[in-house]
Design a protein. Structure first.
Length: 263
């Protein structure tokens, strides 16, 4: 159970899973801090939360810019305090083959989520360590565990998030700061509208995994964090896929190669 008056900071919170998770956390009585670049959309989410009796505040910032992240951390600590839960949810990146991907886009796709998550943790972790408590939640994708064709930079960035999370968890082993890794397959969100051409590149094997809504994803995340789960995922077929990835990697790669998007 999430205790009332916890401070929860969520990046990428102006829409999609981030906004839905902010709304879900607000129901627990937490003070939710929303961070993203789009101030107008952030204000809409904050208004919705407060109109329903929740507590929320937003900061407009580009979390892929470490200078803005440093300024954000100073401002949040001064005005609100150190977050009890830090959720690195911001992410971007269209699905393209390597030859289709502009050079600038490679850096942008790696910057959010990976660099942004690194910057956020670096900015807030010292205060969490001094307080000797906290929970860091990192968002990736099932693409961080199994590759498929047509999304080279995207998949690499999500694998980077898995590596970052594992290394961070090792750093924090034995401390009172918890870590959780969140991942889903297809979530019905505005990501697909914001990244045109990506949805059609989903492997046809995705049909075996039920699509979930952003609201369902948010409930799974909040429930998983409340239980202190190290890995948070849904639906059940994700765990079946994980079993095959772990114990039958050759078969899994064959299936993904057969069902991947072809030019």
């Amino acid at each position: 159970m999430i205790k009332r008056d916890k401070v929860v900071l969520i990046t990428g919170a102006s829409s999609g899973i981030g906004a839905a998770t902010a709304r879900e956390f607000a129901k627990t009585g937490a003070l939710v801090i929303l961070v993203a670049r789009n101030a107008t959309n952030l204000q809409k989410v904050v208004d919705e939360i407060t109109e329903n009796g929740g507590k929320a505040k937003y900061y407009a910032a580009d979390v892929s810019d470490y200078k803005q992240v440093q300024e954000l951390a100073i401002q949040v600590e001064k005005e609100v305090g150190i977050p009890d839960i830090l959720m690195n949810n911001a992410g971007k990146g269209e699905w393209r083959f390597i030859d289709e991907t502009p050079y600038e886009e490679v850096a942008e796709t790696m910057a959010v989520p990976y660099f942004a998550s690194f910057y956020m943790v670096k900015a807030f972790l010292p205060a969490m360590q001094k307080r000797n408590s906290g929970h860091i939640v990192n968002m990736t994708s099932i693409a961080g565990f199994i590759a498929f064709a047509g999304a080279t930079a995207y998949i690499a960035s999500r694998i980077a998030m898995v590596g970052f999370h594992n290394a961070l968890s090792a750093d924090l082993h034995g401390s009172n700061i918890k870590t959780s890794l969140v991942y889903f397959a297809k979530v019905e969100s505005d990501y697909w509208q914001n990244n045109p051409g990506s949805e059609e590149r989903l492997p046809t094997s995705q049909s075996l995994i039920p699509i979930i809504s952003t609201e369902k994803a948010a409930k799974v995340i909040v429930k998983g964090i409340a239980k202190g789960k190290r890995k948070i995922a849904a639906p059940f077929m994700i765990f079946v896929l994980n079993f095959f990835i772990k114990y039958f990697p050759g078969i899994t790669r064959w299936i993904m190669n057969k069902t991947s998007y072809k030019k």
